[in-house]
Design a protein around this ligand. Sequence first.
Ligand code: FMN
Length: 316
Amino acid sequence: MAEVADRERRPDPAASADEVGDFGFPGGSEGSRTAPGSVVDMARRGLGTGSGVWDFSWPREGTAIWPRTSAGSDGSVPGGSAPSLIVGSPIAGTPEIGKTDGVLDLSPDELLTTTRAVRKRLDLERPIERSVIRECIEIALQAPSGSNTQRWHFILIDDPETKLGLADLYRRQFELYEATPEPMYGEDDSRARRQVAVRSSARYLADNYHRVPLILIPCLDGRPDRAGASMVMQASYFGSILPAVWSFMLAGRARGLGSSWTTMHLAHERDAAELIGIPYDKVAQVGMMPVAYTIGTDFKPAPRRPLDDIVHWNRW
Ligand SMILES: Cc1cc2nc3c(=O)[nH]c(=O)nc-3n(C[C@H](O)[C@H](O)[C@H](O)COP(=O)(O)O)c2cc1C
């Protein structure tokens, strides 16, 4: 497995198609293009975006570092062709934000369309600064929650023993999932084409979960699985945490971090709660995410179902 893993961890789009996507961003996602009017663009021009909160300043504007570990001392890009990281993005008035060294120069649309489920391209060796994680969570906390309740908790696990325990719970369920028949899609359905790659990528994560530098378990006060929980209650419950977690993943992607939503360990949620000390009756886990710097940052949009199949105006 280790040999396969090493081979597959190359930042080669063909090596892990499910994480890179099959087609490029219009205009290319690999340059340092900044969309006019984007947060990044406005930040670079010192304009802010009108909210007052996103008031970036750029102490070392335009300094590209790529990859962070191999950039020259002046931040120059070896080879010059990889996406650039722009150093420094402090946000005024938010003490935790802006302490870390850089964010990727992605337009909002690029960020939204290239935040993939990353598994094989998680850098298992590179540690993550806690300040970067705190920054991502601070951004995530701007997400909506029902009645502004903000009953979320972000549990971060970097203790090796605990990671091993969680990975074991995950793998137990993954093996059952892997033994189930794959969903049947039509031949021309993009999901069919990606199925093998997604399964292979998922297997890689199941084998290596304990090796990721950080595991995130997002939680929410209360339990959504009480008997008779209404649709309103369930939708409000999950809707009060999932946007924040997705924001965390987007903020991470902007900082060179990758992740993948996973839910399988929830089959053993009570065991995980005991392992971590979560009061199971009062607080529910909603997922588990590996978090690591990515190997390369050249992620691309993935094939998705045709818009016309899923968009409905006025009637179903
Ligand atoms: C609710 C949910 C549960 C998921 N559970 C798992 C999981 O348990 N294991 C896993 O490897 N990926 C899991 N995924 C990741 C999906 O496989 C992934 O989002 C999907 O294949 C699309 O990937 P892409 O955005 O990179 O194209 C989950 C995603 C969601 C939204």
